[in-house]
Ligand binder design. Sequence first.
Ligand code: TXA
Ligand code: MG
Length: 323
Amino acid sequence: MEILSIDPVQPDKAILSKATEIIRDGGLVAFPTETVYGIAADATNPSAIKRIYEAKGRNKSKPILVLISHMDDLSCLVQYVPKRVERLMDACWPGPLTLVLPRASDCNVSRIACAGLETLALRVPENPAAQDLLTTFSGPIAAPSANISGSVSPTRADHISDSLLDKTDLILDGGPCKIGLESTVLDLTLDQPRILRHGAIPLENLIEKLGDIKEYNHSSNTEIKSPGLLRRHYATNQPLRLNAITAQPNEAYLAFGNCTSKNAAIVRNLSETGDLSEAANKLFLLLRELDMPKYESIAVAPIPNEGLGRAINDRLERAAVKS
Ligand code: TXA
Ligand code: MG
């Protein structure tokens, strides 16, 4: 395994060619996107996809998202693109929106990546290193988040766990991710669009563009359609206590805005000004920092359930589910 620094604005072509060769040979490359770090593999190569599942310890019934360099690359992968979805892609791509569409019968993405589903989850990333990697490779790249299944996603290269790094051939270190929270996953295979995972594009923005949108209901649905929907996910080692107005002296406190606690063993604020983008950006970083055995638990201030707050609360709620 090798670690190479890559300029996040003007990525070095020689480094990208090296990464591309590794991916062509069936290898795995950890790389930055604007949301979180991903693990890249050739989406058309079944053995490379199997390596991703093994490296992440991911259940084989859970499909993997695929990155493409431009919306024009969609036509040979999916059956159809409704007109209103074209407008949505124009507005949101490149960017943190993943669309689930029916896969074309001659789609060359490995069936293993789709976990047997007849659908494909696709997005065009905005980060220049991710974009240039896709154009140099010139094909679809499977890219789940670069974390062991069920744990917190990495927003910096040094957050990728050693056990995952050991199974990766190359790490491209492009510095901290701009957004720091995963993409929104939107299912477009039903009559009505449905959010499968809240993420960096808020529900309100999608409603503005598409009209009514359904939300996946965790409690009423026993079928797990998307692994990001597993109840326990993004898990910390120490327990989380949500909607905590104050903290105990043996607790770490994850504050938000002016909701903070003087008693806590340590206090970190997601955003002193109550800005949800800043909070989304710092969420995984601060959870990692506070997730120490010396603190009995992590108390978390209430976060407003609107805009990016929905995705933040979703991650916190699932991290808080007891194993
Ligand atoms: O921000 C992101 O999306 C990051 C960066 C690296 O691109 N990737 C990421 O990948 O979060 P992953 O595999 O950790 O999460 C992908 C989500 C999961 O919730 C998965 O269930 C869903 O996309 N997904 C993938 N393929 C699907 C499909 N065919 N149908 C429904 N959901 C799918
Ligand atoms: Mg993930």
